[in-house]
Design a protein around this ligand. Structure first.
Ligand SMILES: N[C@@H](CCC(=O)N[C@@H](CS)C(=O)NCC(=O)O)C(=O)O
Length: 200
């Protein structure tokens, strides 16, 4: 399999972490499209969305959308990314959803802030900033339910918070959120997350 990614993309990091946590790193060649001149050609050859990450499977099928890639990797690994127990799985899905909402909120706000000043929408920036604040607080309110969890929900949250550190350091998500910080610090000990951290 081939996984196309770019360095600090939180979506790509989610897929890269999933590859490692699923124990499939030896079956996946990771290809950093970064600033490659043929980036668009490679992406378009793998689907109309032209976004990273994209997973080209051994059967020649291209799968895009980071969450769907995670579901596929979970299936290939025999269920290493989601718990089998129904109640536990619901919590995983809830965390994964919160991480996804936060990832989108941070990404949209960052993209908006990188537009020409005259084209930026203060309304969009504030809307997404407020969404992020609410989600940081909701994660903190999960409290000890985050402790010791190892699943695609937690991995998604750490990938997202790493992106917040890069693009939105002023969010200070650690400030007043000790439980979230403790869970983050513990999960960052895992090679899957340490080795894929954004570089900035
Ligand atoms: N929903 C997608 C989002 C992927 C995404 O937006 N990737 C960004 C990089 S962080 C991208 O490739 N953007 C290129 C573009 O918007 O043209 C996923 O979960 O994979």
């Amino acid at each position: 399999m081939k996984l196309y990614y770019s360095g600090n993309s939180p979506y790509a990091r989610r897929a890269r972490v999933a590859v490692r946590e699923a124990g499939l790193l030896n079956q996946v060649e990771e290809i950093n499209l970064g600033d490659r001149a043929d980036r668009m050609d490679v992406l378009l050859a793998n689907g109309p969305g032209a976004k990273v990450p994209v997973l080209a499977t051994a059967d020649g099928v291209a799968i895009w959308e980071s969450l769907i890639i995670c579901k596929y990797l979970d299936e290939v690994s025999g269920g290493k990314l989601y718990p089998a127990d129904r109640a536990e799985r619901q919590t995983t899905l809830q965390l994964e959803a919160m991480g996804s909402v936060l990832m989108d909120a941070l990404f949209v706000r960052s993209r908006e802030k990188r537009r020409d000043p005259g084209e930026q929408s203060p309304g969009v920036i504030e809307l997404e900033a407020e969404r992020a604040r609410r989600t940081y607080d909701a994660l903190e309110a999960m409290g000890s339910r985050l402790d010791g969890r190892l699943d695609n929900g937690c991995f998604t949250i750490v990938a997202t918070l790493g992106y917040a550190d890069w693009r939105h350091p002023d969010d200070d998500w650690r400030d007043g959120r000790p439980k979230l910080l403790a869970a983050y610090d513990a999960l960052m000990q895992r090679p899957s997350l340490a080795d894929t951290a954004p570089v900035f």
